[in-house]
Ligand binder design. Structure first.
Ligand SMILES: Nc1ncnc2c1ncn2[C@@H]1O[C@H](COP(=O)(O)OP(=O)(O)O)[C@@H](O)[C@H]1O
Ligand SMILES: [Mg+2]
Length: 494
């Protein structure tokens, strides 16, 4: 058998390699990955508007590269057999080149290692013109503001110059440009949060001199975040750790701004689902991964509080089909069943919290019998209906009056049950219209109503107990309201 070599045309291939579909923030995150894998502690990005001729520099304080290492690093499709440690965030030997050149036409890498500085540059024009894979050597990028070219201390500088319309940072006005920088900052805060202030090796990232703070999608430090049962699924080197969380109801946030910040980039509904981490770097930031029951799950408003982490070892890459941009992953068939079960459970719990303002009420003591709800859910032949609970102490009292009151009460309850504006509420929720009933506000009517209802509660209970029971039955924990009711009853809160 004879073989002949058919080498690709450099220009044509380079063009298609530039079109992988990176956004500015995913491209820059790929460069930060390299710095982290190399062991850098500080990564400093400089993103310069430069009067509409933007340029970017990424400088790290890692060990840098020797001339030979840089040469290999500049190669498209680097060494396949390269040994990779478990913390290496690289994979295809393409990232540095494809990510950079997705945004610009000139990539210069300057690296200082063991006392010597090397530099190499891919310039798209030069490759197109020379029709071969030639790099410039020994050239430095134009000096940037606050960016030092590493000629004395170890480290690497990646400079992106000559942006073009293929990338996302060219042809913008100044305002749009700076809003892209904000996007990049938010993206870094999210994808590297475990490195910025979590359980991974600690690093520092600065953008134009300002530190990036980590953003934990699981809100682990919020007291109302509820972790559900975690589990390890799969076997051997392919095993992954899955940890579901139900995030706090909107009412549990101090204010609107805090609630919105907790939603994350794109907002609450968009950011629900599985969060896939590879070697602690976030790859998928909220997706139901094509899982579901008889239909694929969608990002419904009602399940927006469900977020689940999946921790992949780097060895699971191929199985999970991590793409070059590290923006996508697909769970292997063998794990889909378990993941669907865990996802389904988390979605159910999240919907309860969404609909029932946090459910778990702190005033409920262990061993205490659960409060009688005001509404009951009934399932009959696949349909769900909502009925007022005749046994609720206040309702029971109403139904225990004389014959004519009783008849009227029954009629009123029946009318209320049959006229719940279910479709309207459902529509409002799916359109993200927040309910306007602010039950926690201390409003005079509610105070009076509760005082009257306490009178109707179980004999033998103290007014405090009766009040707590009532608040639990409307699934509400409202310290200010509780205080106001007790004051009206002439009791001071203990
Ligand atoms: N900031 C850096 N510091 C040290 N070495 C680097 C840095 N960036 C890239 N490299 C080297 O260049 C190689 C190629 O990087 P890249 O094209 O992103 O592919 P990959 O990360 O998949 O290996 C890396 O494997 C690494 O050896
Ligand atoms: Mg890389």
């Amino acid at each position: 058998m004879k073989t002949i070599e058919i080498a690709p045309y450099a220009g044509a291939l380079l063009k298609s390699l530039r079109g992988f579909g990176y956004s500015p923030e995913t491209a820059l995150a790929d460069l930060v990955d390299n710095s982290i894998s190399a062991g850098a502690d500080h990564i400093d990005l400089s993103i310069d508007w430069n009067e509409g001729e933007p340029r970017i520099a990424v400088r790290d304080d890692g060990p840098g590269m020797s001339h030979d290492a840089l040469l290999e690093g500049m190669r498209f499709g680097g060494d396949e057999n390269q040994e990779r440690g478990p913390d290496d965030l690289g994979r295809f030997g393409l990232g540095m080149k494809t990510a950079s050149l997705s945004q610009c036409r000139r990539l210069t890498v300057v690296s200082h290692h063991a006392g010597s500085t090397s530099s190499m540059c891919w310039d798209v024009e030069k490759v197109l013109k020379a029709k071969n894979w030639c790099v410039e050597t020994g050239t430095f990028p134009d000096p940037f503001e606050h960016v030092a070219i590493p000629t004395e201390t170890e480290g690497t500088l990646i400079a992106l110059e000559k942006m073009d319309e293929l990338g996302g940072l060219f042809g913008l006005d100044k305002e749009a440009f700076f809003s892209k920088i904000k996007d990049a900052r938010d993206h870094f805060a999210m994808v590297f949060h475990r490195f910025l202030d979590g359980d991974a090796r600690r690093i520092r990232i600065t953008i134009n001199g300002r530190a990036v703070d980590g953003w934990d999608p699981m809100l682990r430090t919020h007291p109302a975040t509820r972790p559900l049962g975690a589990g390890r699924i799969g076997i051997g080197a392919q095993a992954v750790q899955v940890t579901p969380f139900v995030l706090p109801h909107r009412d549990r946030f101090a204010n609107e701004a805090e609630f919105n910040a907790a939603g994350g980039p794109g907002g609450w509904a968009e950011r629900q689902g599985f969060y896939v981490y590879r070697a602690k770097r976030l790859v998928v930031a909220g997706s139901w991964l094509g899982l579901g029951g008889h239909r694929e799950w969608t990002k419904d408003e009602s399940s927006r509080l469900a977020r689940i982490t999946i921790d992949l070892p780097q060895s699971a890459d191929a199985l999970w089909r991590i793409d070059v941009r590290k923006a996508r992953a697909r769970p292997p068939a063998a794990l889909r069943g378990r993941l669907s079960a865990m996802g389904g459970q988390c979605r159910d719990r999240a919907r309860e919290v969404f609909a029932w303002r946090g459910g778990q009420i702190r005033t409920m003591k262990p061993g205490q019998e659960p409060p009688a709800p005001v509404w009951n859910e009934e399932h009959r032949s696949g349909k769900r209906s909502y009925r007022i609970n005749r046994e609720h102490p206040v309702i029971a009292q109403l139904l225990g009056g004389d014959a004519s009151t009783r008849r009227l009460a029954r009629a009123a309850i029946s009318l209320i049950e049959r006229s719940v504006p279910v479709e309207r509420i459902w529509l409002d929720i799916s359109e993200n219209v927040e309910a306007a009933v602010d039950l926690e506000a201390v409003d005079g009517f509610l105070v009076d109503d509760l005082v009257a209802a306490i009178g109707a509660s179980k004999a033998g209970a103290s007014p405090e107990e009766a009040l707590d029971g009532l608040l639990r039955s409307i699934r509400l924990e409202a310290p200010a309201l509780r205080k106001a009711v007790l004051k009206k009853l002439g009791k001071s809160d203990e």
